[in-house]
Design a protein around this ligand. Structure first.
Ligand code: DX5
Ligand code: ZN
Length: 220
């Protein structure tokens, strides 16, 4: 199997020092930089958006993986691409016309991802899976960092893996929420290709670079 990709989430970074945070991640084991956009509508919290992405992108050395927890994401895709997104992930629950949105993301030249809330079954992806580059499985309810991992996610990843095989999809499975050194191994075993981690990485006593190195060493 492929070594999993690590994607630290800026939501847990020191937001008053984003240049320094981005620069220290540049030489870390991070493969992608995860950027959580929240609109206070789709999720009950507001984080940061386009101008902050543009600022981070000036210092980023890894592709920026933008997770849009917003309503009507189709209205902002080009703007997020222009601000520096390499990948754009929209929520299934926010997109009645998901097929169109996915094609729009691909036409912009970005990796196309679809995220599923904890209560959304993987079966909703059966007719779109082959078009996707990434499926993001939420392992907490989106809106906040630092929440506890929902254990049912492991079974969900296994079911998704099967669905991707059945539909001939080569989409990566990304897991987001409550990921830490204790559950990372089981997540990769279940089929996760990309691990997002916020609090585990940025709140670890040794700092994010050491936390990412330890995770990498544990998983390789
Ligand atoms: C939650 C966000 C996550 C969050 C993860 O809505 O999508 O990316 O930053 O943070 P932790 O790893 O602390 O759960
Ligand atoms: Zn996220």
């Amino acid at each position: 199997r492929r070594a999993p990709l690590l994607a630290p989430s800026f939501l847990a970074a020191d937001l008053a020092n984003l240049q320094a945070e981005t620069e220290r991640l540049a030489t870390s084991a991070a493969d992608w930089l995860h950027f959580d956009v929240m609109d206070g509508r789709f999720v009950p919290n507001i984080s940061f958006g386009l101008p902050v992405l543009q600022a981070v992108a000036r210092y980023a050395r890894q592709p920026i993986d933008v997770h849009l927890m917003i309503e009507e994401p189709q209205n902002y895709l080009a703007a997020f691409r222009d601000a520096g997104a390499a990948g754009l992930t929209v929520h299934h629950e926010a997109c009645p016309h998901l097929h169109r949105v996915v094609q729009q993301i691909k036409q912009l030249g970005c990796r196309a991802g679809v995220a599923l809330n904890p209560a959304t079954p993987v079966s909703v992806l059966v007719d779109i899976a082959a078009d996707l580059d990434v499926v993001l499985v939420m392992s907490v309810n989106p809106g906040f960092g630092g929440q506890a991992f929902i254990p049912h996610t492991l079974a969900k990843i296994a079911a998704l893996k099967e669905l991707l095989l059945d539909t001939g999809s080569d989409a990566l499975i990304e897991v987001d929420g409550g990921v830490n050194a204790d559950n990372a191994g089981a997540l990769v075993q279940a089929g996760a290709d990309v691990l997002v981690a916020g609090n585990f990485v940025f709140s670890s006593p040794g700092g994010p670079v050491a936390a990412l190195a330890a995770l990498r060493a544990q998983l390789d």
